[in-house]
Design a protein around this ligand. Sequence first.
Ligand code: 3H9
Length: 698
Amino acid sequence: MSDAIGYELIDDIAVLAADNPPVNALGQAVRQGLVDGIARAEREGAKAILIYGKGRTFFAGADIREFGKPPLEPGLPEVCDRIEAATIPVVVALHGTALGGGLEVALGAHYRIAVPSARVGLPEVHLGILPGAGGTQRLPRLVGVDSALDLITSGRHVKAGAAKQIGLIDRIEEGEPREIGLAYARELVAEGAPRRAVSEMPNPQGADFDTVYEQTLAASRGQISPATAVRAVQAACELPFEQGMKRERELFMELMNSDQREGLIHAFFAERAVARLPELDGVAPRSVKAIGVIGGGTMGAGIATSALLSGLTVTLVEMSDDAAQAAKGRIGNNLAGALKRGKINQEKHDALLNEALTVTTSYDDLARADLVIEAVFEDMDVKKQVFAKLDAACKPGAVLATNTSYLDVNEIAASTSRPADVIGLHFFSPAHVMKLLEIVVADKTAPEVTATGFALGKAMGKVSVRAGVCDGFIGNRILSTYRTAADHMVLDGATPYQIDAALEKFGFAMGPFAVADLAGLDIGWAVRKRKRAEGLPEGARDSTYADKLCEDGHFGQKTGKGYYDYADGPRKRKPNAEVMPLIEAERKEQGITRRDFSDDEIVRRYMAAMVNEAAKVVGEGIARRPLDVDVTLLYGYGFPRYRGGPMKWADMQGLEGLLEDIRTWGKEDPVFWQPAPLLEKLVSEGRNFEDLNKEASA
Ligand code: 3H9
């Protein structure tokens, strides 16, 4: 027997206890242990078998780290079949998260009991695959096609109660999984309950699978796993169980060998690796229970909302009573949204708004705050004035954070008497929705202050990425470069609409021009003015047609017009007729003869600009590892998750070809297309970004 599965015989019931921390993933030793345990129980004349997980959860799925490597026997489908084929009833007792292969093991068993807090699901589609151990064949037989399609194509987790309602779980009981499982097994033995093999249940009634397939494909924005899973469920309706299993395997292997699977699994591990930084090993964060927020505009109110929802008390400082009340109104609206979506109940809503939140005009009210986040106007002098007041008002040891998106955090820190306590916490708008948090570590930031930033991010349910100080940090610096590549293509002959369409087809949630309209064109205008004032590099290309849009009062969605016209609502954009004449006039003025761009070239140039700047960001240490860039773009910039992030995409494309393109384009525009030294180095050494990720985690 393997150590990963314990074996005991209690009152004629064989108890198989999984012990493979942290999440009881179904690695080879666990699979072998299950098969051996079943055989032993039969040999020793047990009357029933109980399977449960020690620690925090039942099996959370197949061991994802084994994917892409040579398969190790026994495979999970065989294990589930073996469980089902046991000659005596098999009971599973679920707690924690019975996911993917974990739920498939449960479906192989004959009876399922769970604690009320257990959650179950088949999240495989989020990893670019489909349930491959019989889930697509057994689940529809057990719960019907509609519920099975819902769970399998959405990958969502459901609570035990909902699972029982659809017939996925037989019973729910409070208690320890081992105890409730044993009691249930004893009861079944006493009743002489039979084995109940799900595979022997009749084929479920079908659906209009072609329509469901098309709808699922359209809803997945280029991701193929959910629609492919529909075909596997179809097989459960149309084929005998064994043949359905063969079909499931074929489709599973197709997805397993896809780039999308590689991208999605990279994303899964990258988002967990971002918080693992050697410099924070063993560094304890400071305790944060009460926070202050300076400024109650959209950003400040979003940050306050997010903090309230994660259980912190918030003191929000505004400049006047009116502004303070307006901020409270914004937070109230955000909390009302959370109430409507069922995230909180009315009582909680009222307590958060009226007890956990204080709005004020006095910095003195921040005396007890453990951490304060400034979210005022992006102007260095204004920020410095705020930090001078914080320096005077806050207790020793309070963390002083700025939410600036590009200003120099070192300069802000230096303006206080306590630079070690100063850090950048760059939230993305709307801050109570967006998951990304850039933690900007300045030269003098103390390690425990950085650790506190990460702890706060975790408490707020954010994905936090460490960034160094530079203009725009990781995300906005890279954005500014790929956006410039798009602007150059517009000058040379592409339209903003063609560019947006090509990139949305690539998988971005929105193209760069639609994003600019959403964010507000005044933001880019201010940045362009600032950069021109600082002096553009010698020979750099510039364009002013977007400035003219702003001069005419078109700031994007908020004014109803930008690159697009939103007269029919924000979701029904159509090109703004004023834009192309402005672009054509500018081309004429600059003496540019327009040329055509294919969608492929648009994507290639845009992505090359992104990857090249990202390689500079990593090379300069602004991002510690390529995976930090990937996570930043995935969570803050709508990068398609199934492509893994720009660095993963670049690795899969091949760095050599990308560098070659950059060098070719550099002949026409040497200022913009300067190859990143890190990219050149990696190509010359025959290595890639993933090698750097591995080195960093070794
Ligand atoms: C599948 O089952 C395929 C089958 O249909 C067919 C096969 C033939 N494997 O997330 P956390 C690690 S596909 C390996 O921080 P939480 C994770 O990397 C699978 N490792 O904790 C982390 O490691 P580290 C279907 C795994 O409490 C540590 O465990 N299942 C796996 O926030 C803690 O994880 C899924 O897709 C795994 N399966 O969340 C479930 N899972 O500490 C994927 C986790 O070194 N997992 N690790 O960074 C999850 O959704 C969450 O981990 C879970 C816990 C909800 C379970």
